[in-house]
Write a protein that binds this ligand. Structure first.
Ligand code: CTP
Length: 398
């Protein structure tokens, strides 16, 4: 996965002829799965239209600091907090002057003051303006303030001059931005996660299944992807969107989930079994729909399904193995016995006797059981909990 996938990139565009290249930059960021919002200064809007940037970024373009309607959508402070990185490309001499002196007289400079995110500028201007001692002084000031400066390049300029002041190419700017974003703790790792229920067919129209929503597994997939991992999500039927940057393999039965898991796990560093796999399946699957008969009682004979996580745990070499245990009593003791019986490294245990957490709810509260002891993770949203669990798993494997 690309380091910029799922990252919030705020592109500032000021008034220079290189503004047309910001359209390509927007497209490049979107292409690697980044979330992009564009802020256009008044001068920038003389060179490129908001409509172009809205179409490319998929979001409305922000232009004014004092527009009540825009503030209602995403206010400037919210926007400043949203950004993981602000890249101003092109950055004019005027913008450098205003930013270096701490002015906040338009939306873009205000955002730069209000954000905690790293700021980078890709200057673009006439070579004489770049060489001017005042611009050079502003450059020194910006560098000492911790602002990153990408370029400028040197060469032929739009005005006919030759010299320093050309904006770097969009691909170079994007690479420089990626270098600024810290590597996630799972960068370079492959993670396989099973999620959701399985369906065990009785006939072409009926199946045995369970109420698993898949929320915990999907939250883990999203968190692992955010941590930089390449994630394969092997999922039973659920009503959830695939998290961005995650490769999803759809399956129905436990057997299909096992087959897909065996293929994916052979190259995996981490395997997380979050699926609620049906323990049993019907011995016979009827070819045709089973018709109702005269009998009042019907028996269905079931046979045991393969244990997916226990099977993966026997592979050589095997990934770091994380399982779940949903228990109603003796939570830790049962989780520890699962850890040993299935040959796992960690078991994430939750008490499903409490109806407001676990299974179908948005919150969860777990105890992580490992060889070294237990770690309790207090009640939180599944998204927040997933981030903590992924951080813990990353710590254990690194
Ligand atoms: N699991 C699996 N394949 C199965 C059953 C379970 O991979 N056929 C995985 C689940 O994804 C979970 C863990 O094993 O990570 C624990 O599942 P659970 O159903 O609680 O364990 P069981 O061994 O079935 O124990 P019991 O039903 O007795 O609690």
């Amino acid at each position: 996965m690309h380091r910029l996938t799922n990252r919030h990139i705020l592109i500032g565009i000021t008034g220079g002829i290189a503004a047309y290249k910001a359209a390509e930059l927007t497209r490049l960021f979107k292409g690697v799965g980044a979330e992009v919002r564009v802020v256009l200064t008044d001068a920038g809007a003389e060179f490129i239209t908001p409509l172009t940037l809205q179409a490319l970024s998929g979001n409305p373009v922000h232009q004014s600091l004092l527009d009540p309607e825009a503030e209602q959508g995403m206010g400037h402070i919210e926007l400043a907090r949203w950004a993981d990185l602000i890249i101003v490309a092109p950055a004019t001499a005027d913008f450098m002057a205003r930013l270096s002196s701490g002015m906040a007289n338009d939306l873009l400079t205000t955002l730069c003051l209000a954000t905690d995110a790293p700021i980078a500028l890709a200057p673009a201007m006439n070579q004489a303006m770049w060489r001017d001692p005042r611009t050079q002084q502003n450059l020194e000031a910006l560098l000492s303030q911790g602002v990153n400066i990408f370029g400028p390049g040197s060469g032929e300029q739009a005005c006919g001059d030759t010299g320093p002041g050309r904006m770097l190419e969009p691909t170079q700017i994007m690479q420089a931005c990626a270098n600024l974003i810290a590597a996630g703790p799972l960068e370079g790792k492959r993670v396989v996660i099973t999620a959701g229920p399985t369906r065990e067919a009785l006939d072409p129209v009926r199946f045995i299944s369970n109420h698993s929503s898949g929320k915990m597994g999907y939250a883990l997939a999203e968190a692992a992807a955010k941590a930089g991992a390449a994630v394969t999500l092997i999922s039973g039927p659920v009503a959830l969107a695939t998290p961005k940057g995650v490769q999803r393999v759809g399956v129905e039965s436990a057997q299909e989930m096992l087959d897909a898991s065996l293929i994916a796990a052979s190259a995996a560093d981490i395997f997380i079994g979050a699926a609620a796999v049906a323990d049993y399946r019907p011995v016979m699957v009827a070819d045709q729909k089973i018709k109702k008969g005269a009998e009042e009682v019907m028996e269905i004979l079931l046979t045991k399904n393969p244990d997916i996580i226990a099977t993966i745990a026997t592979l050589e070499p095997r990934p770091f193995m994380v399982g779940f245990a949903a228990e109603t009593e003796n939570v830790i003791a049962y989780a520890r016995s699962k850890l040993e019986r299935k040959g796992l490294d960690l078991v994430i245990a939750n008490d499903v006797s409490q109806s407001d957490i676990g299974f179908n709810s948005d919150d969860n509260e777990v105890v992580v059981v490992g060889a070294g002891g237990e770690i309790a993770m207090p009640r939180a949203s599944k998204a927040a909990l997933a981030e903590n669990l992924i951080a813990l798993i990353a710590e254990q494997i690194n």
